[in-house]
Design a protein around this ligand. Structure first.
Ligand SMILES: C=C(O[C@H]1C=CC=C(C(=O)O)[C@@H]1O)C(=O)O
Length: 459
């Protein structure tokens, strides 16, 4: 088992200053690899470039190892941040399970990897901030301040957001188009796997399992990284959007997920149960009809309640109180989901990774009982999940953080993308309907790859 390690060692120096907001694409392109993008509906947009420190880990203790490495990294900091969101945070993610990164396209991805960006742009409610971080031998306050001054000049030369692409006003790279695509799972194999899972559920051996597929697409043109992220931001403003580049090579893991795993600020925990799916209607009336049908559908409500119940139950050992809101429908651009917001107050100070480890994988992406569901996933799926459906997010010096479940995601390199999508299987799941639901869940990413997905109205 690997131990987490920081490639450089503390102390950490961090300097931040307010800047004008540059266009998203210009800022993204101006930053060097490995790049990080993190954006949550209730949080700042962060675009990071380079790595002042990299924490990696593998194996079953990867959560604890990253927690220790982050604590060590943040132990001694000389930090001047203009705003909370620009304080040093490490951004990254975990593999779904041990060994999940063994095969393609996960080669460059460790089982856990977090980066403290060397240069970071933070677009917060109270302004836009440029931060320069340094750790170890580079961590000299005067040198960091000099570098910040140079970065401020470099970013000022990029132009501001009003003349950039962040508001969709600049010319953008078109969608690349797909020249060829391959499924990991044939319809026949899918029917068999779902049928076998349903049999096991009816026999009482399992209660629920989430089975996924992957779709590999060869791109007809270079993958337009910044333009894809901008379009996802416009179409999925209420989702967590993320982009992680491993240190070497040109691949990135990215997506726009509606599912928060957990956020912790102080002792306040927020999480979501999200499971149970239907499509979007052609008209507002049809949308409403589908939403009502979803709320009343026994199979979907059961699938959802297993998640809500488990999340509440998993939080209880940590919490002084746990409360769940009303079950409702969450409407996204391509699908509608059953959603229950859940909040808790902790009984003691905790690190966000304690909660991440306790909650992952929720039955929205794993199943019940967890061990049997995980074994079924490993035996059934003919591909490696890697970081798909696993926790991605950030951690700060206080042990606060926010993590999302990395669904509606893909790994993309210059000319290839591998997409992932899964569905919850319960006792009355129908393989063909579940197949259709997988195709629907590919849409957020597929729409950005297919050349004929519609004219980019922003151009
Ligand atoms: C596993 C995925 O979705 C989960 C989240 C929301 C709804 C789900 C469902 O209805 O099956 C899944 O549990 C995915 O999008 O790959």
């Amino acid at each position: 088992m690997d131990q987490a390690r920081s490639r450089s060692s503390p102390p950490l120096v961090s300097r931040t200053t307010a800047v004008d907001e540059p266009g998203f694409a210009a800022a993204f392109d101006a930053l060097s690899a490995p790049r990080t993008v993190w954006s949550a509906p209730d949080d700042a947009l962060v675009i990071g470039g380079g790595a002042a420190a990299t924490l990696t880990a593998a194996g079953s203790d990867r959560f604890a190892s990253i927690r220790e490495a982050a604590t060590e990294l943040f132990e001694a900091g000389d930090v001047h941040a203009g705003t909370e969101a620009a304080r040093p945070r490490v951004f990254g993610g975990f593999a779904f399970h041990e060994g999940a990164c063994d095969g393609d396209p996960w080669g460059p991805f460790p089982e856990a990897r977090f980066v403290l960006p060397r240069t970071q742009l933070t677009v917060a409610d109270n302004g836009t901030w440029l931060t320069v971080n340094a750790v170890g031998a580079d961590a000299d306050a005067a040198a960091v301040e000099d570098r910040l001054a140079r970065e401020v000049e470099r970013f000022a030369a990029l132009g501001d957001a009003d003349h950039g692409a962040v508001d969709g006003s600049a010319a953008r790279s078109p969608r690349p188009g797909i020249s060829e695509s391959r499924r990991t799972t044939s319809r026949e194999a899918w029917r068999e796997s779902v049928g076998a899972a349903v049999d096991r559920i009816r026999d009482g051996d399992l209660r629920k399992v989430v089975l996924a597929q992957a779709l590999e697409a060869d791109l007809a043109a270079d993958f337009p990284r910044a333009a894809t992220l901008e379009r996802l931001a416009e179409k999925y403003p209420d989702c967590h959007r993320y982009w992680f580049e491993p240190a070497a090579g040109e691949s990135a893991f990215f997506g726009a997920t509606p599912e928060r795993l957990v956020s912790l600020r102080g002792r306040t925990v927020e999480t979501d149960a999200l499971a149970g799916t239907t499509g979007r209607g052609e008209t507002p009336t049809e949308d409403e009809w589908l939403a009502r049908e979803l709320l009343d559908d026994e199979k979907n409500v059961h699938e959802h309640e297993l998640v809500a119940e488990t999340v509440r139950h998993q939080l209880e050992p940590f919490a002084a109180s746990v409360s769940a809101g009303e079950r409702r429908v969450r409407r996204l651009a391509t699908v509608q989901h059953l959603h229950t917001p859940i909040t808790a107050e902790l009984d003691a100070d905790r690190h966000v990774l304690d909660l991440v480890e306790a909650l992952h994988p929720t039955p929205a992406v794993g199943g019940l009982p967890p061990d049997r569901a995980l074994a079924t996933i490993r035996e059934t799926e003919p591909f490696d999940r890697g970081w798909y459906a696993a926790p991605v997010g950030w951690i700060d010096a206080a042990g606060n953080g926010a993590f999302a479940v990395a669904i509606r995601s893909a790994v993309a390199s210059r000319r290839r993308a591998t997409l992932f999508a899964g569905v919850g299987i319960v006792s009355d799941s129908d393989p063909d309907r579940e197949w259709d639901e997988v195709q629907l869940k590919y849409r957020p990413i597929l729409d950005e790859l297919e050349a004929d997905a519609g004219v980019d109205s922003a151009d």
